[in-house]
Design a protein around this ligand. Structure first.
Ligand code: UD1
Length: 416
């Protein structure tokens, strides 16, 4: 069965190591297309989104191999080709191949990308910005075709901050003719990782970590070996697990420096934290209401990807809390599932009010997207009885094995 079974009601105790970052490795894998030769990506997570990205790269002619956590990609034989529609459709990051392929082969025909159903997720800004760099784009109902004999640097004054648009423009700009300016650029750590990868390969990027990136196009990049940083969202997931179920856990390699807003919120909710370069020690459980609403925002604000996980923690804190989602318009899809478990949550527009202090009981609930699915698993750890979370494939998109990691933290949980 495509599910997870959880025996709830136990405190956590133990340690686990945080896997490499999904949202860093996907654009970096796409970026290997810009490099003629073999790149090695170390600490690359073994998750289904990476599998689909590697499949897409293979369909374009790349030779791909994996040994433990090291992925090798040889791009020497890359040729223009059709990409498997099921892999393009399944994840949002397939759009990253657009900027990279335009730079490498000058022409791309692809279906519109998929990803979690958490809102409209249009690609209008990707298209609009690439047109500024000399790309001709024909949009059909099912697929679109983009062509550029040469990419030209451009000044992009973007209407809002977008992680994906920033990444696509970086990929299009490193080998373009002339200078590209991206403002306001997203400042997520995953963008910094992409820039570090490209600079290591000979790219010229300044302003890394700020909201103004300046990229001077170079003629060629060279192969590199790159270590993917740990996944701050996975670390936040297991932090939320401890906040729900209570206990003492150590999250090895958790990138605490990238989690400031998350750690601040967790502390306000009553858990004790000891961040260090080796990882994050968490003790206690959520027991307080955070002052004011938890508002999701672009980095360094509270990440939208951890919103549903912290909603679960609020449910168990006894005091509840308020959430305002400002990034995606449809990110409260777990609410009816948590309500099935006994939670009292009211949604009005992009705000949710969580009433604490109600006992939760496990039942069968349905994951509908990646982080919401993980949030249901985490909630089930703290609820009474045995629970099932169905549609595990959504969770497998971003977690190597959520049951193994949570077992290492003392949970009673198994694949079902
Ligand atoms: C990335 C992350 C995702 C995270 C999100 C916000 C990856 C693989 N995914 O997604 O986990 O939740 O950042 O931190 O890294 N938008 C448009 N037009 C566009 C592009 C975006 O309207 O052309 C809108 C989106 O609908 C959304 C907002 O911009 O409301 C932000 O989206 P964006 O930052 O682009 O998110 P993703 O790159 O899709």
């Amino acid at each position: 069965m495509d599910a997870v079974r959880i025996y709830g009601g136990n405190c956590l105790s133990g340690q686990t190591r945080i896997q490499g970052s999904k949202n860093a490795s996907l654009p970096i894998l796409a970026a290997t297309l810009l490099i003629d030769g073999t790149c090695e990506i170390v600490n690359c997570p073994d998750i289904s989104d990476v599998y689909h990205m590697l499949r897409l790269l293979q369909s374009l002619g790349c030779l791909v191999s994996r040994e433990a956590d090291v992925v090798r990609i040889d791009t020497k034989r890359v040729a223009e080709c059709d990409m498997p529609a099921d892999s393009v459709g399944v994840m949002r990051s397939s759009i990253m191949l657009l900027g990279a392929l335009l730079a490498r082969v000058g022409e791309v025909t692809m279906e519109y990308p998929g990803g979690c159903v958490i809102g409209k997720r249009p690609i209008d800004q990707h298209i609009c910005a690439l047109r500024r760099m000399g790309v001709e784009i024909m949009e059909g109902p099912e697929e679109f075709c983009a062509r550029a004999e040469r990419l030209y640097g451009a000044v992009h004054e973007l209407p809002f901050v977008s992680v994906g648009v920033t990444e696509n423009l970086i990929l299009a700009a490193v080998l373009a003719e002339g200078r590209t300016v991206i403002h306001p650029a997203a400042r997520e750590p995953e963008i910094q990782a992409l820039c570090e990868f490209l600079v290591g390969a000979g790219g010229k990027i300044s302003g890394v970590g700020t909201d103004r990136l300046v990229i001077e196009g170079v003629r060629k990049l060279h192969p590199v070996r790159f270590h993917v940083p740990a996944d701050r969202i996975v670390a936040g997931t297991y932090l939320a697990a401890c906040m729900c179920a209570g206990g003492r856990v150590f999250l090895g390699d958790a990138p605490c420096g990238q989690m400031e807003s998350v750690l601040a919120c967790a502390e306000k909710m009553g858990v004790r934290l000891s961040p260090s370069p080796e990882g994050l020690f968490v003790e206690g459980r959520a027991c307080k209401k955070p002052p004011g609403a938890l508002v999701t925002a672009v980095y360094p604000g509270f990440p939208t990807d951890l919103q549903s996980l912290f909603m679960a923690a609020m449910v168990f804190s006894g005091q509840g809390g308020r959430i305002e989602e400002t990034v995606f318009e449809n990110r409260f899809r777990i609410v009816p599932e948590l309500v099935k478990m006994g939670a009292d949550i009211r949604v009005a527009g992009n705000c949710a009010s969580v009433c604490g202090g109600r006992p939760l009981h496990n039942t069968i609930v349905e994951a509908q997207e990646l982080r919401g699915g993980a949030a249901l698993v985490v909630a089930a750890l703290a609820a009474e009885g045995t629970g099932i979370v169905t549609n595990r494939h959504f969770i497998d998109r971003g977690y190597e094995d959520i049951t193994r990691s949570l077992r290492e933290l003392g949970a009673e949980i198994e694949l079902a």
